[in-house]
Design a protein around this ligand. Structure first.
Ligand code: AGP
Length: 617
């Protein structure tokens, strides 16, 4: 996915656009560019391959001026990261500039048609077909007013497109106006005093305003310095709801931390408290989740639960499968969203689906939601980003309240998703089999978790030493059983996505079914072996690895010091009930991957080839 920022007002646009792009860089960082328009004849485009810093240097050299501008940071889908493929893109007149987040699926046929009509393309991107379409329709439009010509041209162009878009458009002949439109890619309007903004997400805006309007699919917006208007694609005024962003500019900054990822790892005691806040009832000995939009009777009738997500969200969903089945005895299945959307899953009228997504914009998870709804399944969201597409299209759900997560590698949102899933287990459990005593015990144990996470974070230096010892491993195995099998997968994902070491996660017992063939002195195995019913089984697996000279790092419960005898390194976590272990066992793995990546000189917050949210297929 990509990041878009637009500005129109009384200030010079370029520094505002650059700062906004910096805050969206986690959405994509292959290239960046901006178009500026101002009083008189100013209309200039500056764009560069590579990080936003390259664009900043070019802007400092050229010093383009303009009090209106659109800008873009790219995650390449069509065409390599080059200056030519960077956005904004123009039409043949050179008077129109357009930036786009999404994928134009029918771009090739449109491109062929446009070339046959004499258009000249300067890039390999799908986006450029849009800029030529808008430019041509603008030239042909008979609307008397420049702004209406531009709006009409945008409407006509997007009606020809199959795929997804979040766009911002400017035209030299229509000063003082920026037009935006969205379908499938987020776009939000920032409301200022004598100035207005467009952005892909609110973190680019909070430095200037916390009053925003989240656009809906098919909305078309025009922004001016002193006003804005939103219309549907039929031309009717669209419903506009002004929202207040629930975090501040500093929440979206690194502060004293070297990387966002480390900051977000250390935020977990607080983010977990935020996930639980107001949702634990000691009177009812259960969880209170108002956003489900379901009556007690409807909740009681649920006889099957499906959990879907991608990446880290999928791992949280896997934890949910174990939790909900053991707490509530409701058959629960988990499926990777990109697979679920194509499966023909038999469902019943009392099936309930949850989709998990930090960004609330992941295209495969959104597709799984829409597929579930198409089949009449009630579908709820477990989401971080307020008013995101998934949050708005779900039949209800639970916000995890983790605050902005800027690091591409998900950390605090994993533990907050698991916490919310645990609350769901408590809620359904108390409807069926859990006693009030059981419920109270769970509430006590949940409320103790933030301090236990803090205790683990005090071992950071020790974990850093372990990471540095293995930073040049050929690969890494992550092993766990039961609820810690998804944690093993999550630890492996963290390691590979930020340190680029190939890592894989497995149920510990799978070692003997092939995995152990990989064991060698250059390939450490990380065992998640807390004090639980399968501890001894894990110990046997560790012995099998040790017998083949494989280095072993163990994550275990304080007091299980016998592991020191059979492993190279042991990281201790505080004791907690088995069903809450993932909230603790994942913390050392997050730190292990972080410090391994730092030791390897990797770009922790913006790892190669990745983006924070995958809004294109
Ligand atoms: C996790 O570290 C990755 N960044 C990635 O797997 C991510 O979890 C996945 O893309 C899902 O994103 P979402 O939670 O925003 O839907």
């Amino acid at each position: 996915m990509c990041g878009i920022v637009g500005y129109i007002g009384k200030r010079q646009a370029s520094p505002i656009l650059l700062d906004g792009l910096r805050r969206l860089e986690y959405r994509g960082y292959d290239s960046a560019g901006m178009a500026l328009m101002g009083a008189g004849d100013e209309f200039q485009i500056v764009k560069r391959a590579g990080r936003i810093e390259n664009l900043r240097q070019a802007v400092n050299e050229i010093s383009p001026r303009g009090d209106a501008g659109i800008s873009h940071t790219r995650w390449a889908t069509h065409g390599a990261p080059t200056d030519a493929n960077a956005h904004p893109h123009c039409d043949d007149s050179g008077k129109l500039a357009l930036v786009h987040n999404g994928v134009i699926e029918n771009y090739q046929s449109l491109r062929d048609q446009l070339i046959a009509q004499g258009e000249t393309f300067a890039s390999e991107t799908d986006t450029e077909v849009l800029s030529h379409l808008v430019g041509r329709y603008f030239e042909k439009s008979t609307e008397p007013d420049g702004e209406q010509r531009l709006v009409h041209a945008v409407k006509t162009a997007i009606s020809k497109v199959k795929g997804t878009y979040g766009i911002a458009v400017m035209h030299k002949e229509v000063p003082g106006v920026i037009v935006g439109a969205r379908l499938g890619s987020p776009l939000v309007v920032g409301l200022g005093e004598g100035e207005h903004f467009l952005a892909s997400d609110v973190s680019a805006l909070v430095a200037h305003t916390r009053d925003v309007v989240y656009l809906n699919d098919y909305d078309i917006v025009t922004i001016h310095p002193d006003s804005y208007s939103v219309q549907s694609h039929e031309g009717q005024p669209a419903e506009v709801k002004v929202s207040r962003v629930d975090f501040t500019e500093s929440d979206a900054e690194k502060g004293d931390f070297e990387h966002f990822m480390l900051k977000e790892i250390f935020e977990q005691p607080i983010s977990l408290q935020n996930a639980l806040r107001g949702r634990l009832s000691r009177d009812e000995c259960t969880a209170i989740l108002g956003g489900l939009n379901m009556t007690q009777q409807e909740l009681r009738q649920v006889d099957r639960i499906i959990l879907s997500g991608c990446g880290t969200a999928f791992h949280a969903a896997m934890v949910g499968e174990y939790l909900i089945e053991s707490m509530a005895r409701i058959p629960t299945e988990v499926e990777i969203a990109s697979e679920f959307r194509y499966r023909n899953v038999p469902t019943g009228k009392n099936t309930l689906q949850f989709v998990l997504s930090q960004s609330g914009e992941t295209i495969d998870t959104l597709a799984a939601l829409r597929e579930a709804k198409r089949k009449g399944i009630r579908c709820l969201g477990v989401v971080n980003n307020v008013a995101s597409t998934i949050a708005r299209e779900s039949d209800g759900g639970v916000y995890i309240h983790a605050g902005p997560e800027i690091g591409v590698a998900a950390t605090k949102t994993f533990t907050s998703q698991v916490a919310v899933i645990t609350l769901l287990g408590l809620l359904f459990g108390r409807i069926h089999h859990l006693s009030s005593v059981d419920g109270l015990e769970m509430i006590d144990e949940l409320e103790a978790i933030p301090d236990k996470i803090s205790a683990i974070l005090h071992q950071t230096e020790r974990i850093r030493e372990i990471a540095e010892k293995h930073a040049h491993a050929d690969g890494m195995l992550f092993m766990g059983r039961q609820l810690n099998y998804p944690v093993a997968l999550e630890g492996a994902l963290k390691m590979k996505e930020i340190s680029y070491i190939y890592a894989s996660g497995h149920p510990s017992a799978e070692l003997k079914h092939g995995v152990i063939a990989l064991v060698k002195p250059e390939l450490p195995s990380v065992f998640i072996a807390p004090d639980d019913a399968v501890f001894d089984k894990n110990v046997s697996n560790i012995e099998e690895v040790r017998a083949r000279k494989g280095p072993v790092i163990a994550v275990t419960t304080e007091g299980r010091t016998e592991l020191e005898r059979i492993t190279d390194d042991v990281i201790y976590i505080p004791d907690c009930p088995t069903y809450l272990q993932p909230l603790l066992t994942v913390i050392p793995l997050q730190l292990l991957s972080y410090y391994t990546a730092v030791a390897r000189g990797c770009d922790v917050d913006k790892p190669r080839n990745l983006a924070k949210s995958v809004t294109v297929e």
